[in-house]
Design a protein around this ligand. Structure first.
Ligand code: PAF
Length: 283
């Protein structure tokens, strides 16, 4: 696996390789979920580029940018083993070469970015869309592979690609979970032992909500409130539990649905997502 830190080195690394390029954009501190994205990229393309960049633009004031786990050497070893061809690990100065914050950003408008994560993390999706667009410009991938755990992010990136006419196919990959159901996340390493034991209850809350929907309950607001109350009782400080359609609009009576939750457990903010009766977001 070739390691590159600059656009020039990246171009040189890609110049000698023909075929379809896939990008797996990450913030590093990789786990089995990321490696599954690399495997999927391998299936979808001839050349796999994984990027590792902790993007300051998508962190709000008071969020965990400074202490976000960074483990580049371990990431490189795992990516090499998983079959990535190129690791692109740029600095902040490389991604934002004309000063930080950049003068130009990609800002989406509307309910898709103003609700859920957007409501709790103002500016987050502008940071995500901007850096993903920069990465697309630098890598020029035919396909990009992203995890469904960050379901709203996946929808935002798809919308950006559609609105800007970018020639990138976006593949979403199902969430990879620990044996007890906790969605794998780089932030799970913030959890203490007691919190780690409680953390799977976030997924259990979504499962319980899914069962109620499947059993025919349709008072979506009441179901969301009930799930939020259950999470509070379990020791979480929930930001939201939401039932939406697969495009993150108001849910339809007949489904399919996407259930989304974000909640703090101690100092760690956890996200999870569960599709109910929904086809894969790619489909
Ligand atoms: O999901 C992530 O790790 C990040 O939001 C992404 C897509 C790499 C952009 O920084």
């Amino acid at each position: 696996m070739q390691r590159c830190e600059t656009p020039a080195a990246l171009r040189a690394a890609l110049a000698g390789r023909g075929g379809r390029v896939a990008l797996v954009p990450t913030m590093g501190s990789l786990h089995a979920g990321h490696l599954r994205l690399v495997e999927r990229a391998r299936e979808a393309a001839d050349v796999v580029v994984a990027s590792v960049f902790v993007n300051p633009l998508q962190f709000g004031r008071g969020e965990d940018y400074a202490c976000y786990p960074r483990a580049l050497e371990a990431d490189a070893a795992q990516l090499g083993q998983a079959g990535a061809d190129v690791l692109f690990a740029p600095s902040v100065e490389t991604i934002y070469p004309h000063g930080y914050p950049p003068a130009t950003t990609v800002q989406l408008a509307g309910e898709l970015v103003d609700s859920l994560e957007g409501a709790h993390r103002p500016g987050h999706f502008t940071g995500v869309a901007t850096v993903v667009n920069i990465l697309f410009n630098l890598v020029q991938p035919a396909v990009a592979v992203l995890g469904e755990k960050d379901y709203q992010q996946l929808c935002v990136i798809r919308r950006m690609v559609a609105d800007l006419g970018l020639a990138v196919e976006i593949l979403g990959q199902p969430t990879v979970r620990a044996a007890d159901g906790l969605a794998l996340s780089s932030r799970n390493r913030y959890l203490g032992a007691v919190e780690r034991a409680v953390a799977p209850r976030l997924y259990q809350a979504l499962r319980a909500l899914a069962e109620r929907l499947t059993a025919g309950q349709r008072d979506f607001t009441a179901l969301e409130r009930q799930a939020v109350a259950g999470l509070r009782t379990a020791g979480f400080a929930p930001d939201y539990v939401a039932v939406r359609d697969p495009q993150l609009r108001a849910p339809a009576e007949r489904g399919p649905w996407v259930l989304l939750a974000a909640a703090r457990l101690g100092g760690t903010r956890l996200l999870d997502c569960l599709r109910v009766g929904a086809p894969a977001v790619n489909g």
